[in-house]
Design a protein around this ligand. Sequence first.
Ligand SMILES: Cc1ncc(COP(=O)(O)O)c(C=O)c1O
Length: 400
Amino acid sequence: MKKFENTNGRYGEFGGMYVAETLVPALKDLEKIFIECMNDKSFMDEFDSLMRDYVGRPSPLYFAERLTEYCGGARIFLKREDLNHTGAHKINNTIGQALIAKRMGKRRLIAETGAGMHGVATATVAARFGMSCDVFMGSEDIRRQSQNAARMKMLGARLISVEIEGGEATLKDAMNEALRNWVATVENTFYVIGTAAGPHPYPAMVKEFQSCIGREAKRQLFEKTGKLPAQVIACVGGGSNAIGLFSPFIEDDGVDLYGAEAAGDGIETGRHAASLNGGSIGVLHGNKTYLLQDENGQILPTHSVSAGLDYPGVGPEHSFLKESGRANYIPIGDSEAVGAFQALCRLEGIIPALESSHAIALAMRNAPKLAREECIIVSLSGRGDKDMDSVEDYLAKKGK
Ligand SMILES: Cc1ncc(COP(=O)(O)O)c(C=O)c1O
């Protein structure tokens, strides 16, 4: 059985538990039960069996032959999280957190969501475990991800549209509102955070539940090619699919870790969501990390064509991996991401999520610089059905 390594919530100077006093006992309790669960065979057996029979794991590692030919250079392999039940990596984490909620005797789940994939994954596990579920979602995200809003309601969740004065009605506002709700309801409510951010123990817990992505991919590539990848690449919103992919490769010095951040219209325009490339160190949603803020610490507006990357912060371990030089975080703009989206549709017959398209775009940039014998693993974190309207709008505005 895997033993969980507790970092006490610190990744160098990043991380921590910067929350209202009322939440501290709940977070300490959660940390204790999480560690217990990680060391409990019956918990892990139930988790593994749901991953296999409900989610459909292991997800395939697919050699993208036509994309590789198109780019030239290294062979590109896609880790197909889009094929999971509910269509993204988010379900790996919500299953884990719902099992912990069950053990803690909490019958109400709350969640924040941006693109809606985490909201759908939380609504799904709430239905599966017979729990009630409230999902907080910015009204702008409900507009651009309307299909996911409908899916959550269909699954029996209550969708709470968030609009805060001066806010942008996207993911940050949804998370603010969910945290506020949790402070008032912590006795009976479990907050299912959707990314590797938030106060300790969430970044550690989400990493643990998402690390199946990297563990499977490492084994699968070895079975196919007998080697380690030269690079692993994932998009970074809060950073959960990326840290899940990176985690078993962090100690492998020969493997370069790449995160693709949302550069929106370009870092220089200020209309972006690239906290690691365009931000500075501060505290947001309970942890110390890189974020987009003004000189008074006020959070700046963000922009990305993909709702799931449209967030002004990033998980604390990514801040640490950036500072230590172990991982590289590259900004990818809207237009390059939409180009990669179209390339994957037409070359491979796979419609990727706009979030994942940022990682595909980075792989398309990097592959030609490597030899044919090298391999790149890309996290295809989700499918793009939810993004049809966003892509059509984007292309129409650009006159394409
Ligand atoms: C398909 C998909 N990929 C990636 C992300 C970004 O989240 P994270 O950085 O936590 O993986 C989202 C968020 O909604 C998503 O829906």
